[in-house]
Design a binder for this molecule. Structure first.
Ligand code: ADP
Length: 489
């Protein structure tokens, strides 16, 4: 029997992406199809999403709301570029605007985000509960799977205002506990939940509406994107205020690692690269390193090129990076960085590059194809995150033989095997881990990286181990399918 799951997210590749959530939401339907799960994705009708439906004019209208939290809306049907079913919530007053999915071009959050994402949750709950009727029969879903705070109201609507035509279980996935979707209490009067939802175990959070909190209190199951992060968020340091609730939900909380899309991230077939390669012909990788030197204006050399591809934020440890540049360059290393974010961090990195011409190259911006070329041309990828729910860039690094040098936290701890003497002797190491995001820890990790790189046989072994790791969706797809089946049993 096919299990029908409605996945609700605020972004999904290739239509709209600001971070790892989009990679995961975009990959899940294909990951679950082999396990008897038909996943339909519901996205807000941003201009880029409507464009995928040919502007929405020719799309099939499955349902219409005269007033969805006060604004007219339509539900359009189509398919994602990979052929999996797509539903789009077309509510022009909420989503049809230039700028980002959550903020305007200047980075200021949209003032009506409470309404934009409460509406997404309400629509999702009604769709899962059977609001679409075909030949007199409500077409619901077995499971509603919500991602992050932007979709987190869906399980709350399912719990407090169930449509009831179809019985449906709910799952919420936390991709990052740092983003919680908190709104002033006035929002509660306008999101059409019964008064009973304003409760400690409901949507109320610190005197306002806590959307992620509402989802975590209401969903039948909670997942996060690595086993280590699932443990870490039980503590104050990682739970960001919601640790008590996570502990209380007990065995309803699961950690399932993200996979990577091996059609998109495969150095043997990647058309973005100067030269394609696999672990069987690593010599071909050299051309990518030369191309990277050229692209970033780096001097040619035998020392390692460390790369960084990231949002420039405190979470990612990017405040410590400028401090270690002298150390890195002093050891004969070079750095190529692609990122955007915090303006002060951007400036500090640009200043650092100016101090080290030919050794440090910085690209401010977002460039998907360049990120592929960096993974193929770099020797190691630095990921000094203070917390990392799963992390994808270390998985891309493993697949491309760009060894991850990572802080031992969250998914980074779960996916990289540190090249300590025991792991080197056993022949299973795939990268370098360090504890704590400080100058000393990062500098020591860079020293170890450079020392390992000076031993070509050891380095090649590490690269081959890394490239042979399987972080495709196979295992994780099955884990989600088992979770859904368990909820319905
Ligand atoms: P997060 O979701 O916290 O930003 P992840 O490692 O889970 O971190 O996912 C980040 C995703 O965004 C990866 O696919 C990474 O390659 C991509 N990415 C981040 N910054 C950039 C950038 N400046 N240019 C291109 N891709 C980027």
């Amino acid at each position: 029997m096919t299990l029908k799951v409605l996945s609700v997210a605020s972004e999904a590749v290739p239509l709209v992406k600001t971070g790892g959530l989009a990679d995961v939401a975009g990959a899940l339907p294909a990951a679950l199809a082999p396990h008897g799960v038909e996943m339909t994705t519901l996205l807000p009708g941003y201009p880029a999403v409507l464009a995928a439906l040919g502007g929405g004019r020719r799309a099939k209208v499955l349902h219409a709301w005269d007033s969805l939290l006060g604004t007219p809306a339509r539900l359009l049907a189509g398919s994602l570029p990979d052929g999996h079913p797509l539903l789009v919530l077309d509510a022009p007053a909420l989503y049809s605007r230039e700028g980002g999915p959550y903020a305007d071009a200047a980075g200021i959050d949209w003032a009506d985000n409470w309404q934009r994402f409460a509406a997404l949750g309400k629509a999702a709950a009604e769709i899962a509960g059977g609001v679409i009727v075909k030949r007199g029969k409500p077409q619901g879903f077995d499971v509603l799977h919500a991602h992050d705070w932007q979709a987190a109201m869906a399980p709350a609507y399912l719990r407090y205002v169930p449509l009831g035509a179809v019985e449906c279980r709910s799952v919420i996935t936390i991709h990052n506990m740092a983003f919680q979707g908190w709104f002033a209490p006035e929002a509660f009067d306008r999101i059409e939940l019964p008064q009973g939802a304003w409760a400690l175990d409901g949507v109320e959070y610190h005197g306002g509406v806590g959307m992620l909190k509402a989802g975590l209190s209401s969903a039948d199951a909670i997942t996060t994107v690595s086993p280590t992060y699932a443990r870490e968020i039980r503590s104050a340091a990682f739970g960001m205020g919601l640790e008590g609730l996570i502990v209380e939900r007990g065995t309803a909380v699961h950690g399932i690692l993200n996979g990577i899309d091996t059609d998109v991230w495969n150095p043997a077939t990647d058309t973005a690269l100067a030269a394609r390669y696999s672990h069987r012909n690593l010599d071909r990788r050299r051309a990518n390193k030369r191309a990277l030197e050229e692209e970033f204006g780096l001097d040619q050399g035998d020392g390692p090129i460390l790369i960084v591809v990231t949002r420039l934020t405190w979470q990612k440890g990017m405040d410590v990076l400028p401090e270690v540049l002298d150390h890195l360059v002093g050891l004969g290393g070079r750095l190529a960085l692609l990122g955007s974010g915090d303006a002060a961090l951007e400036r500090a990195l640009i200043d650092g590059a100016a101090r080290h011409p030919g050794k440090v190259g910085i690209r401010i911006g977002y460039d998907e194809a360049l990120s592929h070329r960096m993974q193929a041309g770099g020797d190691a990828i630095l990921i000094p995150s203070r917390f990392e729910p799963c992390g994808l860039t270390q998985l891309y690094g493993l697949a491309y033989g760009c060894l991850p040098v990572v802080a031992r936290t969250g998914g980074l701890a779960d996916t990289v095997i540190d090249a300590n003497p025991a792991a080197l002797a056993a022949g299973c190491a795939t990268g370098i881990q360090f504890d704590g995001v400080t100058y000393d820890a990062l500098a020591a990790a860079i020293t170890r990286t450079v020392q390992l790189h000076r031993q070509p046989d050891v380095w090649e072994r590490l690269v081959k181990n890394a490239m042979k790791c399987d972080f495709s969706w196979t295992a994780s797809g099955r884990a989600y399918a088992d979770l859904y089946a368990g909820l319905l049993a």
